[in-house]
Write a protein that binds this ligand. Structure first.
Ligand code: SAM
Length: 333
């Protein structure tokens, strides 16, 4: 393995030159030996450094690669590089990664390399999306073992099984926001509570009087119960059932509608409020019809003889190309 041996004074100039012409071997670190510095270069670039001595490195120091794309390029043929995943989620000690069909034959290699890169993680699951209103994950084990994990975020603990319930790291900002907006003594209704995505941060960081946390999926509900215990979130009142039918009426200062396909539930949310209150309404909306969620809120309020003031319109994340996950804070009175 070749390196250019340069006096310390020239090292920065030569390093920049080597990088500019693509000669620098990124898999090895620059090494200082006495008054000289060895800059690792790829074979075939020696002639560019005629002013300096080219040495054969006996003990090269390799850089620890942290970019899974770069690591996998060494394992996957060049014509498939465009499909190599660049991003993945770490939930607790479990990794979820989307892998296109083109890399089906390499899924275990991808899993193993991710485990090597994150030695504290125990398993890698292929993420094939979420299904239906319950947002059940479709996943496949590709490396390691285990699916139940505890994810720590913003001082909260979320226990879950990645094969049974979803967890979206992309919603972290919104979970943190919800933890701050609730005022002391408020009654909150969380109509799609899941494992406590919003209820737990609210209970941990605010001082609500009560949070009614409604969840229809028994798997999620079981974890909601565990998370209430784990976080000592005594103000949460868990309710197993369909929020269309079990949401209490006339009790709430605030209703969280944390499901991106929940517009049919707007009348129920409005009925859950006292005389006056705030709804946090989520929707997945194509940018071409970006006002649709506001129109839906206004229509539902009008039909129930209520007035509405839109307080905030916030992008939570990109949902898919051209489609946003947004949340609207609406004051209903
Ligand atoms: C997609 S999750 C919410 C994710 C959350 N916004 C976050 O920050 O990651 C929505 C939850 O609503 C639940 N759900 C769906 N329909 C429901 C209904 N009719 N009543 C109560 N819960 C429901 C699902 O089972 C799921 O746990």
């Amino acid at each position: 393995m070749k390196a250019v041996r340069v006096p310390k004074l020239d090292a920065e100039k030569v390093r920049r030159f080597a990088e500019r012409i693509g000669a620098k071997d990124k898999s090895r670190l620059i090494v200082v030996r006495g008054e000289y510095v060895e800059i690792p270069i790829y074979e075939g670039y020696e002639d560019y450094f005629r002013d300096y001595e080219i040495v054969e490195q006996e003990n090269p120091v390799f850089s620890k690669k942290t970019d899974i794309y770069e690591i996998l390029k060494e394992k996957i043929p060049k014509d498939l590089w465009e499909f190599i995943p660049r991003r993945y989620k770490i939930i607790g000690d479990v990794i979820l990664v989307k892998i296109p069909e083109e890399l089906e034959g390499f899924k275990h290699v991808i899993g193993e390399e991710l485990l090597k890169l994150h030695p504290r993680c125990k398993a890698v699951w292929r993420d094939k999306g979420k299904e239906g209103m319950l947002r059940r994950p479709n996943v496949e084990l590709i490396a390691g073992w285990g699916s139940v994990t505890i994810h720590r975020e913003n001082g909260c603990l979320f226990k879950l099984d990645v094969t049974k319930v979803m967890f979206s790291p992309g919603n972290q900002g919104e979970r943190m926001r919800m933890a701050k907006v609730v005022e002391e003594g408020e009654v909150v209704v969380d109509m799609f509570a899941g494992i406590g995505y919003f209820s737990i941060p609210i209970a941990v960081h605010s001082k609500p009087k009560r949070i009614y946390s409604i969840e229809i999926n028994p798997d999620s509900y079981e974890f909601l119960l565990e998370n209430i215990e784990l976080n000592k979130a005594k103000r949460i009142v868990p309710i197993l059932g369909d929020s269309m039918h079990v949401t209490p009426e006339g009790v709430a200062d605030r209703v969280v509608m944390g499901h991106i396909f929940c517009h049919d539930f707007l009348p129920t949310a409005i009925r859950a409020l006292r005389e006056m209150g705030i709804i946090h309404y989520h929707e997945s909306v194509p940018e071409a019809v970006i006002n649709r969620p506001i129109k839906r809120i206004e229509k539902a309020c009008e039909e129930l003889g209520k007035k509405v003031k839109i307080l905030n319109f916030r992008k939570v994340k990109n949902y898919s190309p051209g489609v946003l996950h947004v949340v609207i804070d609406a004051l209903v009175y």
